[in-house]
Design a protein around this ligand. Structure first.
Ligand SMILES: Cc1ncc(C[n+]2csc(CCOP(=O)(O)OP(=O)(O)O)c2C)c(N)n1
Length: 668
């Protein structure tokens, strides 16, 4: 950012006030350049942010932030907002470790009125703010900016229902770019298209402006009259139409061109003084101003680094594998329990790709299998299934609770639904997993992508709670594969399991790159696998791992072995039901049990192991290692793992200290 740029002069939104439209337009161009340059290095939510540059400028020009509250939905479109609110200098650290966050955060800036990362919360949160304002007799404005994709989420309707009834002064801006991540679908999306074609607001505005111009041309004598007419025509054009929103008690205005600064500023200035709840329909283009993202907003919704000039993606190192070595013949040598397979050449597939392909293969064999996504067909890899079996694929919109409940209905009628959802987004559907699926023992499969730490998207997106929130539910089977071959086997297990709900979780990023079995054999429910076992007499530590922590456990075992500490690795595979035989073997043969999980310690896999030890009143607890009880920020996964003390070296130190403590205790 050069010192003579417009952006460098904007220290706060106050500096925008009174700037000419031409200057604001130049500023918009600069902001797009900065966003493109930053995202090209750091990755990020590129297209959503490019689409709201003018809208953000207009909002900060017209409203008095931070006293007036702007509440962003999802928050992935907040980059222009961050640039205008005193963070332009630090913006180059966007999404980096300890850098500017990729989402609004109350602890980052007073301009970030409400923290977010999950969709469809803005109207509800803004309504809460408006009600609090009224109770405290304050007079600031509250504005929710919500995408048309987010409008597929049920929480929006709960909030609109309440808004139209309570009628506080509040503005909802519907940022309609016709896109969720993929093209938006659903009945509401169709209705919004219909409203765009009606375009009542602009048609009446043109007529009104025409009338005003004609009266003005009559000369000075009628100036008073013309001013009065102008006022009444303006208020008239702002009340036109009879939309669904109006029937709910919310005034509907629009559509407004979201890239026309003059029009936006004019409209927002009018709207600012109106009373009651208002929904302003703003039409924007996702990815606006960068040819590649404008023509393909779906693939530019978010992503890794790219070259600005060509739009070519630049390969980043795999996000996963925090010091986790890919098992090779050499590293596994001497391990009799692992079946070695040739490692295929080329970069390993992502876990999502493995899931995507294997699910289609399972669906080929079982016609009852249907798949469901909540607005994430590409992210979850289900687009492959959708192409193969369009009539068996359902994208329900950003509506996780509905996805789960709808799956329960399908399962009740004999289908075998596979609900593919990111771990952090299934948090939305918790009661539906519990009440609609598990309580009725319905055979729904939950495929949880992005489990564990996800890196740059930070705490809203880390999938570190699922093992805890799923394992507490009776009748739920909870699995986690250590590699892609185990993932396929767990998928086969789920496909043959008829007794109730079953889940498997896998991380973001590349798998280990091992060969897959020709036929994925189901695993007997509740059985662990011993990956490494020292000779009798040399057994001191048993590492009980779940999921991809098995690789770390193997490294830790080698490091401990180097210090002369005989260490076993048992991949438990099931958090629920736990393999009690494997546990009892570990208890009988080892001095110290250590659990390893990329999930919160509170209530997670280690807790399950300790509960099981408690059931038999075993006088020792397992050393429980996992994600500590605090929020984990954005950053490269290996560094985050290190900060969570889940890297091999930290684990070795903890094991070593635990053994020393035990020696001291025994000596007493
Ligand atoms: C609860 C939840 N489910 C899924 C997502 C993933 N997601 C992020 S943005 C997005 C689409 C949002 O579309 P829209 O609200 O129209 O905003 P746009 O990206 O078009 O600006 C989705 C599905 C999420 N953030 N939260």
């Amino acid at each position: 950012m050069s010192s003579d740029s417009w952006l460098s002069k904007i220290r706060s939104p106050q500096d925008l006030k009174g700037l000419k439209i031409e200057t604001l337009e130049a500023l918009a161009t600069e902001m797009r350049q900065v966003i493109a340059e930053t995202c090209s290095r750091n990755g990020g939510h590129f297209a959503p942010s490019l689409g709201v540059v003018e809208l953000t400028i207009a909002l900060h020009c017209v409203y008095n932030t931070p006293e007036d509250r702007i509440v962003w939905d999802v928050g992935h479109q907040c980059y222009p907002h961050k640039l205008l609110t005193g963070r332009a200098e630090q913006f180059r650290t966007l999404r980096l470790l300890d850098g500017i966050k990729g989402f609004p955060r109350r602890d980052e800036s007073p301009y970030d009125a409400f923290g977010v990362g999950h969709a469809s919360t803005a109207i509800s949160a803004a309504l809460g703010m408006a009600l609090a304002r009224d109770r405290q007799k304050k007079n600031n404005q509250v504005i929710a900016v919500c995408g048309d994709g987010a409008m597929t989420g049920g929480l929006c309707y709960e909030a609109l229902n309440n808004l139209g009834y309570l009628k506080p002064d509040m503005l909802v801006i519907l940022n309609d770019n016709k896109m969720s991540i993929s093209p938006n679908i659903g009945a509401m999306s169709k209705y919004l298209r219909h409203l765009l074609t009606l375009d009542v607001y602009n048609k009446s505005k043109e007529t009104a402006e025409d009338m005003i111009k004609r009266v003005h041309s009559l000369g000075k004598r009628v100036v008073d009259f013309s001013q009065r007419l102008e006022q009444s025509v303006k208020s008239l054009l702002l009340t036109e139409g009879e939309t669904l929103f109006e029937k709910m008690g919310i005034r509907y205005l629009g559509p407004v061109n979201g890239h026309d600064l003059r029009d936006l500023i004019y409209t927002l200035t009018q709207v600012r003084d109106l009373k009651g709840p208002i929904l302003l329909h703003v039409k924007t283009t996702k990815g606006k101003g960068y040819p590649y993202s404008e023509s393909d907003p779906e693939h530019w919704h978010s992503g890794a680094s790219f070259e600005v000039k060509t739009g070519k993606k630049i390969a980043k190192p795999p996000v996963y594998s925090p010091g986790l070595p890919v098992p090779t013949e050499e590293s596994m040598a001497g391990d009799p329990t692992l079946v070695l397979k040739p490692v295929p050449s080329g970069p390993p597939p992502t876990y999502t790709e493995v899931f995507s392909k294997a699910l289609v293969e399972l669906a080929d064999k079982d016609k009852r299998i249907v798949s469901i996504t909540a607005g994430m067909s590409i992210g979850t890899g289900l687009e492959h299934f959708a192409q193969q079996y369009p009539e068996r694929f359902y994208d329900v919109g950003i509506a996780e609770a509905h996805a789960v409940c709808c799956a329960a209905g399908m399962a009740a009628e004999g289908m075998r639904p596979v609900v593919a959802i990111y771990s952090s987004f299934l948090q939305r559907g918790f009661d539906n997993v519990l009440h609609d699926v598990a309580l009725q023992k319905l055979p729904v499969t939950f495929a949880l992508d992005r489990a564990g730490l996800v890196g740059d998207d930070g705490p809203t997106h880390h999938g570190i709670f699922d093992l805890a929130y799923l394992r507490m539910i009776p009748d739920m089977v909870v699995m986690a594969p250590r590699d892609e071959n185990q993932l396929c086997r767990m998928m086969a297990t789920a496909a043959t399991y008829e007794d109730g709900p079953i889940s498997y979780r896998y991380p973001r990023g590349r798998a280990l790159g091992i060969a897959l079995d020709e036929t994925a054999e189901p695993i007997t429910i509740g059985t662990a696998e011993v990956l490494r076992e020292p000779e009798e007499g040399a057994r001191r530590v048993a590492l009980l791992s779940i999921g991809t922590m098995a690789s770390t456990a193997m490294t830790v075992a080698e490091l401990l072995q180097e210090r002369g500490i005989g260490t076993a690795v048992i991949d438990m595979r099931f958090v629920k039901p736990l393999d009690r035989m494997a546990l009892s073997h570990a208890v009988k043969n080892y001095e110290l049990l250590v659990t390893l999980e990329e999930n919160c310690i509170a209530g997670g896999f280690g807790s399950a192991v300790n509960e099981a030890l408690g059931e038999i009143a075993f006088p020792r607890v397992a050393l429980t290692l996992g994600i500590p009880d605090r929020w984990i920020e954005q950053g490269p996964v290996p560094e985050l793992m290190r900060r969570c003390e889940l890297d091999p070296e930290s684990i070795v130190e903890k094991v070593y200290t635990a053994l020393k403590n035990m020696e001291v205790c025994c000596a007493r």
